[in-house]
Design a protein around this ligand. Sequence first.
Ligand SMILES: Cc1cc2nc3c(=O)[nH]c(=O)nc-3n(C[C@H](O)[C@H](O)[C@H](O)COP(=O)(O)OP(=O)(O)OC[C@H]3O[C@@H](n4cnc5c(N)ncnc54)[C@H](O)[C@@H]3O)c2cc1C
Length: 346
Amino acid sequence: MQASIIGAGVAGLTCALELAERGVAVEVLERAASLGAGSCSWFAGGMLAPWCERESSDPLIARLGAESLTWWRERFAATVVNGTLVVAQPRDAAELVQFGRRTAHFEPVGRDAIAALEPDLAGRFERGLYFAQEGHLDPRAALTALAERLEALGVRIRFGVEATAGNMPAGSMLVDCTGLAAAARLHDLRGVKGEMLLLRSKELALSRPVRVLHPRLPLYVVPRAQGHFMVGATMIESDEGAYISARSMLELLSAAYALHPCLGEAQIVEIGTGVRAAFPDNLPRLRREGRTLYVNGLYRHGFLLAPALARRAADMMLHGSQFPEVMGKQPSTEVEGRAISPAAAF
Ligand SMILES: Cc1cc2nc3c(=O)[nH]c(=O)nc-3n(C[C@H](O)[C@H](O)[C@H](O)COP(=O)(O)OP(=O)(O)OC[C@H]3O[C@@H](n4cnc5c(N)ncnc54)[C@H](O)[C@@H]3O)c2cc1C
């Protein structure tokens, strides 16, 4: 069997690897000139937090996410499993109680335990929740490592190739992992803009992602190599990812400052925006249309879910397996009264 994967974001690369590892002849087509350019995946925080995400998502996300965490540890050595620390200012203590009610697999921590976990946060927070089994990774390093693994397996990533209905190889299965670009064919996809900052500070060291709860603006800080910190992320119902608003910039910087004032002196290394693709229920889908399998709707969970979806995509393609929890209505020929034209599919 031959498969062409369209899109070299996290969905495309995990699908490509899962198929290549099972002996399928795979190629990846990516319209951008280089890895990450133009993809939502480049701007992700890289939190692998199945149990924290339970706070605002379906139990399916936690189940698929826990499975993916193992996949990442087996294939990307720099996956860190140091847990997630969730904190709130004393005036937002009710948020912590709510968060605890909606989630599982954590232990409540007090001032001393917080200081033991994150010495630089000593004395800054009275109470928190510690999700010890969660992980994180640097998305850019992870995408690069996946691309290297694919290359070692003989898979070519063809950059600068815009996949269209007219230029797809005959006889090959197509796996469409084009994120929001697929909204032209999957009409119930929408965009959820996310804005982020990359800061650098020599004054702060963190060993794990820290989420700072707030009634209006729950934000997080994820440590990366060499004193870098990803601060994220806004959630704005919009397909437009061209710029960061002044308000979002203020809010992200305020959250960073609330975590530790030394971040007020940090260097702003990068300001980024990505647009997450989401279906109306914010759950991912594998949808089959003719010879195309769409892997999409990863919403705010792309790194958390992509490996589990890639496994299921490969099982569907190779063994005809069915996964009702991620397949939704099959095939989706009409969405909200608008037909998907077969000619529009690859
Ligand atoms: C600020 C922010 C923070 C986030 N934090 C996290 C997090 O901590 N943890 C987590 O799990 N998720 C997180 N996410 C979500 C995650 O980034 C997305 O769910 C994920 O990146 C979606 O990946 P994808 O491969 O589906 O899409 P994309 O990464 O957008 O990849 C699609 C690719 O397809 C290519 N393409 C499109 N059309 C064509 C075509 N016709 N031909 C060829 N190529 C094409 C594009 O160029 C692109 O490279 C975050 C997102 C944002 C914006």
